[in-house]
Design a protein around this ligand. Structure first.
Ligand SMILES: *Cc1c(COP(=O)(O)O)cnc(C)c1O
Length: 322
């Protein structure tokens, strides 16, 4: 267990704050928030914990370049570009869309970190372009390391397995842990960590863009693979994965009334900023579950903030936030 390669640059432990005014407004359970929007590394977010393990693995393999892919406003790509800069590596990002006239928010930061961006007009071509980019870099002697979508490999998931150890030491003992889930690394790490570090909370991922069936398959496979890194394989099945797909019908990155209300409630009641794509949607899910009485009044619910606020300033979302 101690032999898992890891760098230490995240600002840990992240603090846990109570949200009494939001709880009173909703007439809900006790609400807390874990501030992984403040993990350090280029405005923070959940990718910092994953990158501690991913960059360590890249270095162990002698890599000199990080290659990854995502949406134009990918938080994962922004943080990967920052990590590459910090550790003196090159970075290539394969992003969907076209070079906008005025790069904003996460994309602006990608350029500030000197990442090379390769544009893919159609998302369905992204895998092929990513593979080609990687193979070209290998052939050219660039010694690249391929960081998977969202940093969600077994290695990346370790960041959130250890995050549960951190949570247990903070001694809150929540009944529920709620967060946005997409590529599944956070979800897998938290689920594995709860098993390893004896956290009894229900680990409920609110889907950002995937059906529950896909999440259960991906997350259980990632959690199983990540467990092997601790030296003892634990087999997770779909039944071990709690996920909700009720809030993602509008599609990835579509900012609607539910996200707007969640962003405005967190801002207005607690002075906390959510993001338009992930935490806005996950919080909207939590708020709806509270209103529908899914949690008991005497339960404690922890919302795990996963970051993403730079996207508040993205040209594509800004007109819709208020
Ligand atoms: C990437 C991301 C997520 C989703 O995490 P996964 O591990 O990919 O499921 C949630 N919130 C924010 C802000 C993110 O950037």
């Amino acid at each position: 267990m101690t032999s898992i390669p890891r760098l230490h640059f995240a600002h840990l432990p992240t603090v846990i704050e109570e949200m009494p005014r939001l709880s009173a407004e909703l007439g809900g359970p006790r609400l807390f928030i874990k501030r992984d929007d403040q993990t350090g590394l280029a405005f923070g977010g959940n990718k910092t914990r994953k990158l501690e393990f991913l960059v360590a693995e890249a270095q162990a393999q002698g890599a000199k370049m990080l290659i990854s892919a995502g949406a134009m406003q990918s938080n994962h790509c922004r943080q990967t570009a920052a990590a590459a800069a910090k550790f003196g590596m090159e970075c290539i990002l394969v992003l969907t869309g076209q070079h906008p006239k005025k790069p904003s928010a996460n994309l602006l930061l990608d350029f500030l970190f000197n990442a090379d961006v390769i544009w893919v007009a159609d998302r369905k071509d992204r895998d092929a372009v990513l593979k080609h980019t990687y193979e070209t870099a290998v052939a050219g002697g660039a010694m690249p390391y391929l960081v998977p979508y969202g940093g969600s490999s077994a290695t990346g998931a370790l960041g959130y397995a250890f995050a549960v150890d951190e949570l247990v030491q903070q001694n809150l003992k929540p009944d529920w842990v709620i967060f946005g889930t997409s590529s599944g690394g956070t979800h897998a790490g938290l689920t594995l960590g709860a098993r390893l570090f004896k956290c009894e909370a229900k680990i409920l991922g609110i889907s950002i863009d995937e059906p529950v069936s896909v999440l259960k398959k991906n997350v259980s496979a990632l959690a199983t693979a990540a467990s092997e890194k601790f030296g003892k394989r634990i087999v997770f099945s779909g039944e071990d994965i709690l996920a909700n797909e009720d809030y993602c019908k509008a599609g990835y990155g579509v900012l609607g009334e539910q996200e707007r209300e969640a962003i405005s409630l967190f801002a207005g009641k607690e002075g906390i900023l959510l993001d338009p794509v992930y935490t806005g949607r996950a919080a909207a899910g939590m708020i709806d579950l509270i209103r529908r009485g899914v949690f008991q009044k005497d339960e404690t619910v922890l919302f795990w903030h996963t970051g993403g606020q730079p996207a508040l300033f993205a040209e594509m979302y800004q007109p819709d936030i208020l």
